[in-house]
Design a protein. Structure first.
Lengths: 295, 275
Protein backbone atom coordinates (compact mmCIF):
# COMPACT_ATOMS: atom_id res chain seq x y z
CA UNK A 1 0.00 0.00 0.00
CA UNK A 2 1.11 3.51 -0.81
CA UNK A 3 1.96 5.86 2.06
CA UNK A 4 -0.35 8.90 2.02
CA UNK A 5 0.82 10.69 5.15
CA UNK A 6 1.38 14.41 4.58
CA UNK A 7 1.61 17.76 6.36
CA UNK A 8 -1.33 20.15 6.53
CA UNK A 9 0.40 22.47 4.06
CA UNK A 10 1.06 19.65 1.60
CA UNK A 11 -2.50 18.39 1.92
CA UNK A 12 -4.02 21.85 1.42
CA UNK A 13 -1.89 22.35 -1.68
CA UNK A 14 -3.97 19.60 -3.33
CA UNK A 15 -6.83 22.12 -3.39
CA UNK A 16 -6.64 24.57 -6.31
CA UNK A 17 -8.27 27.94 -6.83
CA UNK A 18 -11.73 27.48 -8.32
CA UNK A 19 -12.13 23.90 -7.09
CA UNK A 20 -15.46 22.42 -6.04
CA UNK A 21 -14.65 21.41 -2.45
CA UNK A 22 -16.83 18.95 -0.55
CA UNK A 23 -16.45 19.83 3.13
CA UNK A 24 -17.51 17.67 6.04
CA UNK A 25 -19.59 19.77 8.44
CA UNK A 26 -22.99 19.47 10.09
CA UNK A 27 -23.79 22.82 11.75
CA UNK A 28 -21.57 22.61 14.85
CA UNK A 29 -20.30 19.06 14.19
CA UNK A 30 -17.22 17.47 12.72
CA UNK A 31 -15.57 19.92 10.31
CA UNK A 32 -11.92 19.50 9.27
CA UNK A 33 -11.15 22.94 10.70
CA UNK A 34 -7.35 22.67 10.64
CA UNK A 35 -7.53 22.16 6.86
CA UNK A 36 -9.98 25.04 6.54
CA UNK A 37 -7.57 27.36 8.35
CA UNK A 38 -4.71 26.17 6.15
CA UNK A 39 -6.73 26.90 2.98
CA UNK A 40 -7.42 30.40 4.28
CA UNK A 41 -3.72 30.93 5.09
CA UNK A 42 -2.80 29.73 1.59
CA UNK A 43 -5.32 32.27 0.22
CA UNK A 44 -7.35 29.94 -1.96
CA UNK A 45 -9.84 31.81 -4.13
CA UNK A 46 -13.13 31.14 -5.90
CA UNK A 47 -13.85 27.85 -4.18
CA UNK A 48 -17.29 26.27 -4.40
CA UNK A 49 -18.15 24.65 -1.09
CA UNK A 50 -20.35 21.54 -0.98
CA UNK A 51 -21.81 20.89 2.49
CA UNK A 52 -24.79 19.32 4.14
CA UNK A 53 -25.12 22.09 6.71
CA UNK A 54 -22.17 24.47 6.65
CA UNK A 55 -21.22 26.06 9.96
CA UNK A 56 -18.34 28.20 11.20
CA UNK A 57 -16.04 26.72 8.52
CA UNK A 58 -18.19 28.21 5.76
CA UNK A 59 -18.51 31.50 7.64
CA UNK A 60 -14.69 31.77 7.87
CA UNK A 61 -14.16 30.85 4.22
CA UNK A 62 -16.75 33.49 3.28
CA UNK A 63 -15.18 36.07 5.62
CA UNK A 64 -11.71 35.42 4.18
CA UNK A 65 -12.91 35.75 0.58
CA UNK A 66 -11.98 32.16 -0.33
CA UNK A 67 -15.33 31.09 -1.78
CA UNK A 68 -17.82 32.35 -4.33
CA UNK A 69 -20.30 29.46 -4.50
CA UNK A 70 -22.11 27.20 -2.04
CA UNK A 71 -23.88 23.98 -3.00
CA UNK A 72 -25.84 22.29 -0.24
CA UNK A 73 -28.72 22.14 2.19
CA UNK A 74 -28.17 25.03 4.57
CA UNK A 75 -25.65 27.22 6.33
CA UNK A 76 -26.30 27.58 10.04
CA UNK A 77 -24.49 27.36 13.35
CA UNK A 78 -27.73 26.21 15.00
CA UNK A 79 -27.75 27.56 18.58
CA UNK A 80 -25.20 30.21 17.56
CA UNK A 81 -27.42 31.52 14.80
CA UNK A 82 -26.97 32.26 11.12
CA UNK A 83 -23.47 32.43 9.67
CA UNK A 84 -23.46 36.21 9.33
CA UNK A 85 -20.41 36.68 7.06
CA UNK A 86 -21.73 34.03 4.69
CA UNK A 87 -25.23 35.49 4.82
CA UNK A 88 -24.05 38.97 3.95
CA UNK A 89 -21.88 37.68 1.12
CA UNK A 90 -24.92 35.93 -0.41
CA UNK A 91 -27.10 39.02 0.06
CA UNK A 92 -24.50 41.20 -1.68
CA UNK A 93 -24.10 38.72 -4.55
CA UNK A 94 -20.47 37.82 -3.77
CA UNK A 95 -21.46 34.21 -3.07
CA UNK A 96 -23.96 32.32 -5.20
CA UNK A 97 -25.95 29.63 -3.43
CA UNK A 98 -27.33 26.46 -4.97
CA UNK A 99 -29.89 25.38 -2.39
CA UNK A 100 -30.73 21.70 -2.48
CA UNK A 101 -32.98 19.54 -0.36
CA UNK A 102 -31.19 16.76 1.52
CA UNK A 103 -32.30 14.02 -0.86
CA UNK A 104 -31.33 16.19 -3.83
CA UNK A 105 -27.78 16.72 -2.54
CA UNK A 106 -27.52 13.01 -1.76
CA UNK A 107 -28.84 12.16 -5.23
CA UNK A 108 -26.36 14.53 -6.90
CA UNK A 109 -23.44 13.06 -4.93
CA UNK A 110 -24.73 9.50 -5.30
CA UNK A 111 -24.91 9.91 -9.07
CA UNK A 112 -21.42 11.44 -9.07
CA UNK A 113 -20.03 8.58 -7.01
CA UNK A 114 -21.62 5.91 -9.22
CA UNK A 115 -20.86 7.47 -12.59
CA UNK A 116 -24.53 8.04 -13.42
CA UNK A 117 -25.85 11.14 -15.20
CA UNK A 118 -28.45 11.74 -12.49
CA UNK A 119 -30.45 10.11 -9.75
CA UNK A 120 -34.11 10.90 -9.06
CA UNK A 121 -35.88 12.04 -5.91
CA UNK A 122 -39.49 12.72 -4.99
CA UNK A 123 -38.41 15.53 -2.67
CA UNK A 124 -39.00 19.22 -3.56
CA UNK A 125 -41.92 18.55 -5.95
CA UNK A 126 -44.19 21.61 -5.75
CA UNK A 127 -41.46 23.86 -4.32
CA UNK A 128 -39.72 26.75 -6.10
CA UNK A 129 -36.31 25.08 -5.66
CA UNK A 130 -36.54 23.11 -8.91
CA UNK A 131 -37.20 25.81 -11.51
CA UNK A 132 -34.34 28.06 -10.41
CA UNK A 133 -31.76 25.27 -10.51
CA UNK A 134 -30.28 24.04 -13.80
CA UNK A 135 -29.09 20.88 -12.04
CA UNK A 136 -32.66 19.80 -11.22
CA UNK A 137 -35.45 18.97 -13.64
CA UNK A 138 -38.76 17.10 -13.57
CA UNK A 139 -38.74 13.91 -15.65
CA UNK A 140 -41.38 11.37 -16.51
CA UNK A 141 -41.18 7.97 -14.87
CA UNK A 142 -40.33 5.66 -17.82
CA UNK A 143 -42.38 2.96 -16.08
CA UNK A 144 -45.54 5.03 -16.00
CA UNK A 145 -45.64 6.40 -12.47
CA UNK A 146 -45.80 10.07 -11.49
CA UNK A 147 -42.90 12.35 -12.47
CA UNK A 148 -39.78 12.63 -10.31
CA UNK A 149 -36.99 15.18 -9.98
CA UNK A 150 -33.76 14.30 -11.78
CA UNK A 151 -30.71 15.57 -9.88
CA UNK A 152 -27.62 16.00 -12.04
CA UNK A 153 -24.44 14.18 -10.95
CA UNK A 154 -22.06 16.24 -8.83
CA UNK A 155 -18.37 15.31 -8.80
CA UNK A 156 -16.45 17.55 -6.39
CA UNK A 157 -12.81 18.16 -7.26
CA UNK A 158 -11.79 17.36 -3.73
CA UNK A 159 -13.36 16.24 -0.44
CA UNK A 160 -12.05 17.32 2.97
CA UNK A 161 -12.93 15.11 5.93
CA UNK A 162 -11.91 14.59 9.55
CA UNK A 163 -11.78 11.19 11.26
CA UNK A 164 -11.03 9.47 14.53
CA UNK A 165 -8.08 7.43 13.33
CA UNK A 166 -6.35 6.32 10.16
CA UNK A 167 -3.23 4.45 9.15
CA UNK A 168 -0.52 6.11 7.06
CA UNK A 169 -1.94 4.45 3.95
CA UNK A 170 -5.13 6.47 4.32
CA UNK A 171 -7.49 3.76 5.55
CA UNK A 172 -9.91 5.77 7.67
CA UNK A 173 -11.84 4.76 10.77
CA UNK A 174 -14.77 6.42 12.45
CA UNK A 175 -15.93 5.72 15.98
CA UNK A 176 -19.58 4.78 16.48
CA UNK A 177 -21.42 8.13 16.41
CA UNK A 178 -23.64 10.07 14.02
CA UNK A 179 -22.62 9.10 10.48
CA UNK A 180 -23.43 11.80 7.98
CA UNK A 181 -22.99 11.32 4.22
CA UNK A 182 -19.99 13.61 4.23
CA UNK A 183 -17.85 10.73 5.57
CA UNK A 184 -19.45 8.33 3.08
CA UNK A 185 -20.89 9.20 -0.30
CA UNK A 186 -19.30 12.66 -0.39
CA UNK A 187 -15.64 11.58 -0.49
CA UNK A 188 -16.59 8.65 -2.73
CA UNK A 189 -17.96 11.12 -5.27
CA UNK A 190 -14.90 13.39 -5.20
CA UNK A 191 -11.88 13.19 -7.51
CA UNK A 192 -9.44 13.68 -4.62
CA UNK A 193 -9.83 13.02 -0.89
CA UNK A 194 -7.91 14.73 1.91
CA UNK A 195 -8.28 13.30 5.40
CA UNK A 196 -7.29 14.79 8.71
CA UNK A 197 -7.37 12.44 11.63
CA UNK A 198 -7.08 12.63 15.39
CA UNK A 199 -4.50 9.87 15.41
CA UNK A 200 -2.39 7.94 12.91
CA UNK A 201 -2.13 4.35 14.05
CA UNK A 202 -0.58 1.12 12.91
CA UNK A 203 -2.75 -0.78 10.41
CA UNK A 204 -3.07 -3.59 12.94
CA UNK A 205 -5.16 -1.25 15.11
CA UNK A 206 -7.64 -0.92 12.24
CA UNK A 207 -7.69 -4.69 11.69
CA UNK A 208 -9.02 -5.14 15.23
CA UNK A 209 -12.28 -3.35 14.20
CA UNK A 210 -12.63 -3.42 10.41
CA UNK A 211 -16.36 -2.59 10.78
CA UNK A 212 -15.28 0.88 11.84
CA UNK A 213 -13.32 1.53 8.65
CA UNK A 214 -15.38 3.94 6.52
CA UNK A 215 -13.01 4.87 3.68
CA UNK A 216 -10.48 2.62 1.95
CA UNK A 217 -6.97 4.03 1.58
CA UNK A 218 -6.94 3.65 -2.19
CA UNK A 219 -9.40 6.54 -2.61
CA UNK A 220 -7.46 8.81 -0.22
CA UNK A 221 -4.78 11.17 -1.50
CA UNK A 222 -3.41 12.57 1.74
CA UNK A 223 -3.81 11.85 5.43
CA UNK A 224 -2.66 14.27 8.13
CA UNK A 225 -2.54 13.67 11.88
CA UNK A 226 -4.25 16.63 13.59
CA UNK A 227 -5.39 16.06 17.16
CA UNK A 228 -8.33 18.34 18.04
CA UNK A 229 -8.49 18.93 14.30
CA UNK A 230 -12.23 19.67 14.32
CA UNK A 231 -12.08 22.36 17.03
CA UNK A 232 -14.19 24.50 17.53
CA UNK A 233 -16.76 22.04 16.12
CA UNK A 234 -17.56 18.87 18.05
CA UNK A 235 -16.03 15.52 17.30
CA UNK A 236 -18.01 12.96 19.23
CA UNK A 237 -17.14 10.97 21.27
CA UNK A 238 -13.77 12.69 21.71
CA UNK A 239 -14.85 16.28 22.33
CA UNK A 240 -17.78 18.69 22.31
CA UNK A 241 -18.19 21.89 20.30
CA UNK A 242 -16.60 25.00 21.84
CA UNK A 243 -19.56 27.23 22.69
CA UNK A 244 -17.47 30.11 24.08
CA UNK A 245 -15.36 30.13 20.91
CA UNK A 246 -18.44 30.11 18.66
CA UNK A 247 -19.94 32.98 20.66
CA UNK A 248 -16.71 34.98 20.37
CA UNK A 249 -16.84 34.47 16.59
CA UNK A 250 -20.50 35.49 16.41
CA UNK A 251 -19.64 38.71 18.27
CA UNK A 252 -16.62 39.40 16.04
CA UNK A 253 -18.55 38.68 12.84
CA UNK A 254 -20.72 41.76 13.46
CA UNK A 255 -18.00 44.13 12.20
CA UNK A 256 -15.32 43.94 9.51
CA UNK A 257 -12.67 45.13 11.93
CA UNK A 258 -13.41 42.55 14.63
CA UNK A 259 -13.69 39.84 11.98
CA UNK A 260 -10.21 40.72 10.74
CA UNK A 261 -8.81 40.69 14.28
CA UNK A 262 -10.44 37.34 15.03
CA UNK A 263 -9.02 35.75 11.88
CA UNK A 264 -5.59 37.28 12.66
CA UNK A 265 -5.65 35.76 16.14
CA UNK A 266 -6.85 32.28 15.23
CA UNK A 267 -6.15 31.73 11.53
CA UNK A 268 -3.37 33.95 10.11
CA UNK A 269 -1.36 34.44 13.33
CA UNK A 270 -0.63 30.94 14.65
CA UNK A 271 2.34 29.39 12.83
CA UNK A 272 0.98 25.89 13.15
CA UNK A 273 -1.82 23.83 14.65
CA UNK A 274 -0.20 23.72 18.10
CA UNK A 275 -0.04 27.49 18.25
CA UNK A 276 -3.68 27.61 17.19
CA UNK A 277 -4.66 25.31 20.04
CA UNK A 278 -2.69 27.51 22.47
CA UNK A 279 -4.53 30.58 21.19
CA UNK A 280 -7.83 28.72 21.63
CA UNK A 281 -7.17 27.96 25.29
CA UNK A 282 -4.58 25.19 25.15
CA UNK A 283 -4.61 21.85 26.90
CA UNK A 284 -6.86 22.99 29.75
CA UNK A 285 -9.61 24.12 27.40
CA UNK A 286 -9.31 20.98 25.28
CA UNK A 287 -9.60 18.86 28.42
CA UNK A 288 -12.87 20.66 29.25
CA UNK A 289 -14.20 20.01 25.76
CA UNK A 290 -13.24 16.35 26.07
CA UNK A 291 -15.66 16.27 29.01
CA UNK A 292 -18.26 18.06 26.84
CA UNK A 293 -18.01 21.14 29.06
CA UNK A 294 -18.76 23.34 26.11
CA UNK A 295 -19.71 26.70 27.63
CA UNK B 1 -55.33 15.85 18.38
CA UNK B 2 -57.66 15.80 21.36
CA UNK B 3 -55.75 14.73 24.38
CA UNK B 4 -57.26 11.77 26.17
CA UNK B 5 -54.57 10.63 28.55
CA UNK B 6 -54.59 13.32 31.21
CA UNK B 7 -58.21 13.37 32.22
CA UNK B 8 -57.07 12.22 35.62
CA UNK B 9 -54.78 15.24 36.04
CA UNK B 10 -56.35 18.68 36.62
CA UNK B 11 -55.34 21.67 34.48
CA UNK B 12 -52.13 23.27 35.64
CA UNK B 13 -52.56 26.48 37.60
CA UNK B 14 -49.47 28.30 36.41
CA UNK B 15 -48.67 26.98 32.93
CA UNK B 16 -46.79 29.11 30.42
CA UNK B 17 -47.35 29.22 26.66
CA UNK B 18 -44.24 27.16 25.84
CA UNK B 19 -45.72 24.36 27.95
CA UNK B 20 -49.11 24.69 26.31
CA UNK B 21 -47.54 24.48 22.84
CA UNK B 22 -45.58 21.38 23.88
CA UNK B 23 -48.77 19.74 25.17
CA UNK B 24 -50.61 20.48 21.90
CA UNK B 25 -47.75 19.11 19.78
CA UNK B 26 -47.50 16.06 22.04
CA UNK B 27 -51.18 15.31 21.45
CA UNK B 28 -50.46 14.97 17.71
CA UNK B 29 -48.21 11.94 18.27
CA UNK B 30 -49.44 8.57 19.38
CA UNK B 31 -48.41 4.94 19.86
CA UNK B 32 -47.39 3.47 16.52
CA UNK B 33 -45.89 6.74 15.25
CA UNK B 34 -42.22 7.38 14.70
CA UNK B 35 -40.99 10.94 15.24
CA UNK B 36 -37.72 12.65 14.40
CA UNK B 37 -36.35 16.15 14.93
CA UNK B 38 -33.84 18.46 13.29
CA UNK B 39 -31.83 21.49 14.41
CA UNK B 40 -33.06 23.95 17.05
CA UNK B 41 -36.23 21.95 17.70
CA UNK B 42 -36.72 22.24 21.44
CA UNK B 43 -40.54 22.25 21.38
CA UNK B 44 -40.89 19.10 19.22
CA UNK B 45 -38.20 17.30 21.24
CA UNK B 46 -40.01 18.17 24.47
CA UNK B 47 -43.35 17.16 22.90
CA UNK B 48 -42.11 13.73 21.79
CA UNK B 49 -40.77 13.03 25.27
CA UNK B 50 -43.95 14.29 26.91
CA UNK B 51 -46.06 12.04 24.69
CA UNK B 52 -43.85 9.06 25.55
CA UNK B 53 -44.17 9.76 29.28
CA UNK B 54 -47.95 10.11 29.13
CA UNK B 55 -50.37 8.91 26.46
CA UNK B 56 -47.95 7.36 23.94
CA UNK B 57 -45.36 5.15 25.65
CA UNK B 58 -44.80 3.31 22.36
CA UNK B 59 -44.08 6.41 20.30
CA UNK B 60 -40.66 5.86 18.71
CA UNK B 61 -38.24 8.81 18.70
CA UNK B 62 -35.29 9.11 16.33
CA UNK B 63 -33.32 11.92 17.98
CA UNK B 64 -31.72 14.28 15.47
CA UNK B 65 -32.67 11.68 12.83
CA UNK B 66 -29.60 9.91 14.23
CA UNK B 67 -30.23 8.11 17.52
CA UNK B 68 -33.01 5.55 18.03
CA UNK B 69 -34.82 5.77 21.38
CA UNK B 70 -32.09 7.61 23.31
CA UNK B 71 -32.03 8.55 26.98
CA UNK B 72 -30.80 12.11 26.72
CA UNK B 73 -31.59 13.32 30.21
CA UNK B 74 -32.49 17.03 30.41
CA UNK B 75 -32.78 18.59 26.95
CA UNK B 76 -29.28 19.84 26.03
CA UNK B 77 -28.39 23.17 24.40
CA UNK B 78 -28.48 21.63 20.91
CA UNK B 79 -31.02 19.30 19.32
CA UNK B 80 -28.47 18.25 16.71
CA UNK B 81 -25.49 17.25 18.84
CA UNK B 82 -24.45 13.98 20.44
CA UNK B 83 -25.81 14.66 23.98
CA UNK B 84 -29.34 14.41 22.52
CA UNK B 85 -28.83 10.85 21.29
CA UNK B 86 -27.05 9.51 24.36
CA UNK B 87 -27.62 5.79 24.99
CA UNK B 88 -29.37 5.30 21.63
CA UNK B 89 -30.33 1.80 20.50
CA UNK B 90 -29.04 2.48 16.99
CA UNK B 91 -27.26 5.17 15.02
CA UNK B 92 -29.15 5.57 11.77
CA UNK B 93 -26.55 6.48 9.15
CA UNK B 94 -28.14 9.33 7.29
CA UNK B 95 -27.97 8.30 3.66
CA UNK B 96 -28.51 4.57 3.87
CA UNK B 97 -30.70 4.30 6.94
CA UNK B 98 -32.50 7.51 7.79
CA UNK B 99 -33.56 8.66 4.34
CA UNK B 100 -34.44 5.15 3.28
CA UNK B 101 -36.78 4.82 6.26
CA UNK B 102 -38.17 8.33 5.76
CA UNK B 103 -38.81 7.96 2.01
CA UNK B 104 -40.25 4.48 2.18
CA UNK B 105 -43.71 5.79 2.98
CA UNK B 106 -44.51 3.36 5.76
CA UNK B 107 -42.61 5.05 8.56
CA UNK B 108 -41.98 8.50 9.99
CA UNK B 109 -45.32 9.70 8.64
CA UNK B 110 -45.47 12.85 10.75
CA UNK B 111 -42.97 15.65 10.81
CA UNK B 112 -42.69 18.86 12.83
CA UNK B 113 -41.62 21.89 10.83
CA UNK B 114 -40.34 25.24 12.02
CA UNK B 115 -40.37 27.93 9.34
CA UNK B 116 -39.34 31.56 9.04
CA UNK B 117 -42.39 32.21 6.83
CA UNK B 118 -45.59 30.22 6.57
CA UNK B 119 -48.48 31.18 4.30
CA UNK B 120 -52.25 30.77 4.21
CA UNK B 121 -52.00 27.49 2.30
CA UNK B 122 -49.35 26.05 4.57
CA UNK B 123 -46.38 26.59 2.26
CA UNK B 124 -43.16 27.28 4.17
CA UNK B 125 -40.05 29.30 3.42
CA UNK B 126 -36.66 28.90 5.05
CA UNK B 127 -34.72 30.03 1.98
CA UNK B 128 -34.77 33.82 1.69
CA UNK B 129 -36.78 37.00 2.17
CA UNK B 130 -37.08 39.17 -0.92
CA UNK B 131 -37.96 38.71 -4.57
CA UNK B 132 -34.71 37.46 -6.14
CA UNK B 133 -33.12 34.17 -5.03
CA UNK B 134 -29.67 35.41 -6.07
CA UNK B 135 -30.05 38.88 -4.54
CA UNK B 136 -32.03 38.22 -1.38
CA UNK B 137 -32.94 40.88 1.13
CA UNK B 138 -32.29 38.33 3.87
CA UNK B 139 -30.64 34.99 3.29
CA UNK B 140 -32.18 32.40 5.63
CA UNK B 141 -30.34 29.19 6.57
CA UNK B 142 -31.82 26.97 3.84
CA UNK B 143 -34.53 24.35 3.76
CA UNK B 144 -32.52 21.13 4.03
CA UNK B 145 -34.77 18.14 4.78
CA UNK B 146 -37.97 20.19 4.99
CA UNK B 147 -37.88 20.57 1.21
CA UNK B 148 -38.16 16.80 1.05
CA UNK B 149 -40.61 16.25 3.89
CA UNK B 150 -43.19 18.58 2.31
CA UNK B 151 -43.34 16.48 -0.88
CA UNK B 152 -43.04 12.87 0.26
CA UNK B 153 -46.38 12.22 1.91
CA UNK B 154 -45.74 13.39 5.46
CA UNK B 155 -48.33 15.00 7.70
CA UNK B 156 -46.74 18.34 8.62
CA UNK B 157 -47.11 19.96 12.04
CA UNK B 158 -45.87 23.52 12.05
CA UNK B 159 -44.78 25.19 15.22
CA UNK B 160 -44.24 28.94 15.48
CA UNK B 161 -43.36 30.48 18.86
CA UNK B 162 -43.34 34.00 17.38
CA UNK B 163 -46.71 34.50 15.69
CA UNK B 164 -46.61 37.84 13.85
CA UNK B 165 -47.50 39.24 10.41
CA UNK B 166 -43.95 38.59 9.15
CA UNK B 167 -43.93 34.90 10.04
CA UNK B 168 -47.56 34.16 9.06
CA UNK B 169 -47.98 35.73 5.64
CA UNK B 170 -50.52 35.65 2.82
CA UNK B 171 -47.95 34.24 0.41
CA UNK B 172 -44.41 33.09 1.12
CA UNK B 173 -41.63 34.82 -0.84
CA UNK B 174 -40.42 31.39 -1.97
CA UNK B 175 -41.89 27.92 -1.52
CA UNK B 176 -39.09 25.86 -0.05
CA UNK B 177 -41.40 23.34 1.65
CA UNK B 178 -44.58 22.39 -0.20
CA UNK B 179 -47.84 22.88 1.67
CA UNK B 180 -51.12 23.04 -0.25
CA UNK B 181 -49.41 25.25 -2.88
CA UNK B 182 -52.21 27.39 -4.40
CA UNK B 183 -54.87 25.64 -2.33
CA UNK B 184 -57.77 23.41 -3.38
CA UNK B 185 -56.59 20.22 -5.04
CA UNK B 186 -53.31 21.58 -6.46
CA UNK B 187 -51.26 19.34 -4.20
CA UNK B 188 -53.19 16.23 -5.24
CA UNK B 189 -52.91 17.13 -8.93
CA UNK B 190 -49.11 17.03 -8.59
CA UNK B 191 -49.41 13.52 -7.17
CA UNK B 192 -48.45 14.58 -3.65
CA UNK B 193 -50.05 12.93 -0.64
CA UNK B 194 -49.91 14.14 2.97
CA UNK B 195 -49.58 17.83 3.70
CA UNK B 196 -49.97 20.35 6.50
CA UNK B 197 -52.24 19.27 9.35
CA UNK B 198 -51.82 21.80 12.10
CA UNK B 199 -50.13 25.07 13.00
CA UNK B 200 -49.34 25.60 16.67
CA UNK B 201 -48.30 29.15 17.58
CA UNK B 202 -47.83 31.11 20.80
CA UNK B 203 -51.33 32.58 20.26
CA UNK B 204 -53.51 29.88 18.77
CA UNK B 205 -53.92 26.58 16.95
CA UNK B 206 -54.83 26.60 13.26
CA UNK B 207 -55.71 23.85 10.81
CA UNK B 208 -56.73 23.78 7.15
CA UNK B 209 -60.22 24.06 5.70
CA UNK B 210 -60.78 20.72 3.88
CA UNK B 211 -61.98 22.11 0.50
CA UNK B 212 -59.98 25.28 -0.05
CA UNK B 213 -56.99 24.18 2.09
CA UNK B 214 -56.94 27.70 3.49
CA UNK B 215 -55.64 28.07 7.03
CA UNK B 216 -58.44 28.10 9.60
CA UNK B 217 -58.46 29.21 13.21
CA UNK B 218 -59.14 26.19 15.36
CA UNK B 219 -58.68 27.52 18.88
CA UNK B 220 -57.20 30.50 20.67
CA UNK B 221 -55.05 29.98 23.74
CA UNK B 222 -56.55 30.97 27.10
CA UNK B 223 -56.22 34.74 27.55
CA UNK B 224 -55.79 35.42 23.82
CA UNK B 225 -58.59 37.06 21.82
CA UNK B 226 -59.55 36.34 18.21
CA UNK B 227 -58.81 40.02 17.46
CA UNK B 228 -55.25 39.59 18.74
CA UNK B 229 -54.77 36.61 16.44
CA UNK B 230 -56.16 38.45 13.43
CA UNK B 231 -53.94 41.44 14.14
CA UNK B 232 -50.86 39.21 14.37
CA UNK B 233 -51.61 37.34 11.13
CA UNK B 234 -50.65 38.58 7.66
CA UNK B 235 -53.90 37.24 6.16
CA UNK B 236 -57.39 36.49 7.36
CA UNK B 237 -57.69 32.89 8.51
CA UNK B 238 -61.00 31.12 8.00
CA UNK B 239 -63.04 31.41 11.19
CA UNK B 240 -65.07 28.49 12.52
CA UNK B 241 -68.84 28.98 12.77
CA UNK B 242 -69.90 30.34 16.17
CA UNK B 243 -67.49 31.00 19.00
CA UNK B 244 -63.84 30.13 18.54
CA UNK B 245 -62.92 27.38 21.01
CA UNK B 246 -60.23 27.86 23.64
CA UNK B 247 -57.14 25.64 23.50
CA UNK B 248 -57.08 23.12 26.35
CA UNK B 249 -54.67 24.07 29.11
CA UNK B 250 -51.86 21.66 29.82
CA UNK B 251 -52.46 19.48 32.85
CA UNK B 252 -50.62 19.82 36.13
CA UNK B 253 -48.88 16.51 35.41
CA UNK B 254 -47.79 17.60 31.94
CA UNK B 255 -46.34 20.82 33.31
CA UNK B 256 -44.56 18.96 36.08
CA UNK B 257 -43.00 16.52 33.60
CA UNK B 258 -41.85 19.33 31.33
CA UNK B 259 -40.34 21.38 34.16
CA UNK B 260 -38.85 18.64 36.29
CA UNK B 261 -38.05 15.75 33.98
CA UNK B 262 -37.88 16.73 30.33
CA UNK B 263 -36.47 20.24 30.28
CA UNK B 264 -35.35 21.43 33.72
CA UNK B 265 -32.85 23.85 32.11
CA UNK B 266 -35.61 25.65 30.21
CA UNK B 267 -34.08 25.18 26.74
CA UNK B 268 -37.62 25.34 25.29
CA UNK B 269 -37.77 29.06 26.04
CA UNK B 270 -34.83 29.76 23.71
CA UNK B 271 -37.23 29.52 20.78
CA UNK B 272 -39.24 32.52 21.92
CA UNK B 273 -38.04 35.94 20.83
CA UNK B 274 -37.40 38.18 23.80
CA UNK B 275 -39.94 40.97 24.05
Amino acid sequence: MQVKQATLAEAASLVSDGDVVALQNMATQAAPMALVRELIRQERKNLALVCLVGGIAVDWLAAAGCMDRFIGNAVSMEQFGLAQRYRRAVESGRIRMEELSETALLARLGAGARNLPFLPTRGMIGTDLIDINENLTMVEDPFGGPPVVACRALVPDVALVHSHRADRYGNVQYEPTARWPDIGIMPMAARRVIVTTEQIVDSDVLRANPDRTVLPGFIVDAVVEVPWGAHPTSFNPLYGYDAAFHLAWVAAARSDEATGEFLDTYVYGPADHEEYLDAAGGADRMAQLARWETG
Amino acid sequence: MDSVAHLDSPPAEDWTVDELMIAVLASCFTDGDQACNGMASFLPVAAFQLAKLTHAPDLIWLAGAVGLEPRPGPIPASTLEAPLWRDALMYTEQYGDFWTLALNGRWLKKFCVGAAQLDRFGNANNSFIGDDFHAPKVRLPGTAGLADMGSVGKALYYWNPNHNPRSLVAEVDFISCAGYLGGGDERERLGLSGGPELVVTNLCVLDFEPETKHMRLRSVHPGVTVEQVLEATGFEPVLPPGDVPTTAEPTAEQVRLIREVIDPHGMRRREFRRR
